[in-house]
Design a protein around this ligand. Structure first.
Ligand code: 5GP
Ligand code: MG
Length: 178
């Protein structure tokens, strides 16, 4: 397998398409069992999760809805930190079982802010499905319900994940060559 170049950096294969498909089928099977009868609303976070969301949803067989949101960053009032708000969520989520579909949990701060923001809309339950998880990088207390792959603390691209906007189009995951 040849290395790829994205902009000015070289990356090598980390997760093949076959491996990805297999793991996603496994978590979809688990979701089908866990959420049967719960009429879940899948909430896929753009841009990074578009490939994961598509492949995951093709394996979900229970009645469900899916919608796509974006997280917009703005400078918060408190402690000068960045605050993320959910953009594009037109569906009501009160009383619903919501499944967040994310590309990657790194420090976990993005997910934590998303959980806070969604909780204020009174869902019945929020579950998290993430394609990638870097356990060595996690900085907060998060319960991840469905994880396709745990990976080392290195920068990855492909399968929806970008480097400076590029590289999302690859069907596999690649890791930075140092
Ligand atoms: P957090 O640190 O809040 O968990 O993750 C923040 C965001 O950083 C993720 O949603 C993702 O967009 C980006 N990110 C973290 N690690 C990587 C990585 O290895 N590759 C890419 N392309 N993005 C990453
Ligand atoms: Mg993301």
């Amino acid at each position: 397998m040849k290395n790829i170049i994205v902009k000015d950096k070289e990356f090598k294969l980390l997760l093949s398409e076959a491996k990805i498909k297999g793991s996603i089928k496994n978590i979809a099977d688990k979701i089908n069992k866990d959420l049967e009868g719960k009429n879940p609303l899948f909430l896929a976070v753009l841009n990074g999760s578009f490939m994961f969301a598509a492949d995951l949803m093709k394996n979900i067989t229970i009645p469900c809805e899916i919608c796509f949101v974006k997280l917009t960053s703005y400078q918060g009032m408190q402690s000068g930190g960045k605050v993320k708000e959910v953009f594009g969520l037109s569906e009501r989520i009160d009383g619903r079982t919501v499944v967040i579909v994310e590309d990657i949990v790194d420090s976990g701060r993005t997910m934590q802010q998303l959980l806070e923001s969604l909780s204020s809309r009174n869902p019945k339950e929020i579950r998290i499905a993430t394609f990638l998880f870097k356990p060595g990088s996690l900085q907060c207390n998060l319960k991840l319900d469905y994880v396709a792959f745990e990976i080392p603390n290195d920068f990855v691209v492909g399968y929806g994940l970008d480097y400076d906007g590029y590289g999302r189009n690859f069907g596999e995951v690649y890791t930075l060559v140092k």
